[in-house]
Design a protein around this ligand. Structure first.
Ligand code: SF4
Length: 495
């Protein structure tokens, strides 16, 4: 495969040079070069990290504030993505990685919405950072032929401009560019009466032009995502790409919680108490349901079984745990040994392909395998009806104001942040001081906070790394995924 050299300067005469001549683009033209599968994966994982970072920063800071900008400046630098002036390589990375994630994130409505939101936020940040001259250049290059009005027209309209859009901007009208735009291109601003409208044109102050450009970007991207989704059957027929893309859409880019250094250091009689203190809501719900019904369906057994393995349950303990619970219900010991024991050994990599299965990340729990009636798996912040979630939180003694904060985050579809808030409220800390990505991370952080000297566990809990090297993030290779999933699923179906 062709693999272009590194750290090149822009050659504006080549097609690629043209593509990367400007920092900002509408991503109208897909990449035209060949890249290796390894680079494909690496770029995808790096962009995923960027999108997740942008999401987190957007929640903890006001999106147009100076702190938000500063935080993103430093994150873009850390993650090696272009902002301000940048080299060819960074722009190329930005372009290609955007298109790879388009493929991975066009598959469902939820994924599309999430992806578009983060890309729009990136675009806003970059556009706001352009110099006025470059903004105008960008508009013209993308057929948004908006002009700015001259000093004379500005003077004539001064009163109107000051009384409409100018109010509260903090900059004198004389000192800022005012764009004259056909009103149909600025319906949002007209609807909210933010601009002066005259003879079919609206007069938009420099700082508000971003609204129009963003609308345009969002519309183009939505359409492009819908088109990309239509070509999915072709992409899926490529056996190298299909598992990679589907894995990417659930990918987790943090610590690998399948690595267990403390297997067997947790005792079965600790589980009830740990579930109340240190399990995230998803696992607390599964544990409670298992204790109540003495059974969990396939999705629940997978999610909870892998979580327990991740916190340190040994295979023998897991067999004992599930067996003792199931035989209290409708499953007799013989049936358990024949039907369920194999699947538990399989989770631990002792049967079938002997793969070391990784506990599910929040992304995977949230985005895949929606629970249906009678299921208890999934993420309560994502999959529970808000009224039901409220009742659960009341039952777990979360304060009314805490419940409101959580429900507000859920309403904004910030499920992991809602879970993080639940962590803060149940652990009585103001700031959890970590960015939640994984149920096992929740457990470890909780134990670190509560255990201190290791009161609950007979083991020292590891401090999670925030991230691991990008290329190592996918837990399975493209070659492995389909076989493993098939193999695994066949052993975990309910009878
Ligand atoms: S956000 Fe993650 S840890 Fe929290 S309940 Fe949902 S899946 Fe579990």
């Amino acid at each position: 495969m062709q693999f272009p050299g590194r750290r090149r300067k822009l050659n504006t005469n080549s097609v690629q040079g043209e593509l990367y001549e400007h920092l900002l683009q509408f991503y109208g033209q897909p990449p035209i070069e060949n890249i290796s599968l390894t680079e494909f994966e690496t770029l995808a994982v790096e962009r995923l990290k960027l999108l997740k970072t942008v999401e987190n920063v957007g929640i903890s800071h006001v999106k147009v504030s100076e702190e938000y900008k500063k935080k993103l400046d430093s994150e873009f630098k850390n993650l090696n993505f272009p902002n301000k002036e940048s080299e060819y390589d960074k722009r190329r990375k930005d372009h290609i990685s955007h298109f790879i994630l388009r493929l991975a994130y066009c598959q469902t409505e939820d994924l599309r919405r999430w992806f578009i939101q983060q890309e729009v936020d990136i675009f806003r940040y970059r556009f706001n950072d352009l110099k006025p001259k470059h903004k105008l250049e960008f508009l013209h290059r993308n057929d948004l032929q908006y002009g700015t009005i001259g000093a004379e027209e500005k003077q004539t309209l001064m009163d109107k401009l000051v009384n409409s859009s100018y109010a509260g901007s903090g900059t004198k009208v004389e000192d800022q560019d005012i764009y004259k735009v056909p009103f149909q291109d600025a319906l949002d601003l007209v609807r909210t009466r933010k601009v002066y409208l005259k003879a079919g044109y609206v007069y938009i102050p420099h700082q508000d032009i971003v609204t129009i450009v963003l609308n345009d970007f969002r519309t183009r991207l939505s359409k492009a995502m819908a088109l990309t989704a239509r070509s999915l059957p072709i992409v899926h027929s490529d056996e190298r790409l299909q598992p990679l893309l589907s894995h990417l859409s659930h990918a987790y880019v943090g610590q690998d919680y399948s690595i267990q250094k403390n297997v067997g250091k947790i005792s079965l009689d600790q589980i009830d108490s740990l579930s109340g203190k240190s399990f995230p809501l998803c696992m607390r719900q599964l544990h409670q349901s298992l204790r109540e019904h003495h059974h969990l369906r396939h999705g629940g057994r997978m999610q909870y079984g892998l979580f327990l393995k991740g916190i340190g349950l040994s295979l023998e303990q897991a067999l004992q745990f599930w067996r003792s619970e199931f035989i209290r219900g409708k499953v007799d010991a013989d049936k358990f040994d024949k039907q369920y024991a194999y699947s538990i050994r399989h989770i631990f990599g002792k049967e079938g392909r002997r793969a070391d299965y990784t506990p599910y990340s929040c992304m995977k729990v949230i985005l895949s395998n929606m629970p249906s009636q009678g299921d208890y798996h999934g993420c309560p912040f994502r999959h529970s009806d808000p009224e039901l979630l409220k009742q659960k939180l009341q039952f777990y003694k979360v304060s009314p104001s805490g419940i409101s904060q959580i429900l507000e985050l859920v309403k904004g579809m910030h499920y992991q942040l809602a879970c993080q808030k639940y962590f803060e409220l149940t652990h009585n800390v103001e700031d959890a001081n970590f960015s939640l990505n994984h149920p096992n991370q929740y457990f470890i952080e909780s134990q670190r906070l509560l255990g201190g000297g290791g009161k609950d566990l007979k083991r020292e809990v590891e401090t999670p790394q925030k991230t691991k090297p990008a290329a190592a993030a996918p837990e399975l290779t493209a070659k492995d995924v389909p076989e493993i999933m098939e193999d695994l699923d066949s052993f975990f179906q309910d009878a």
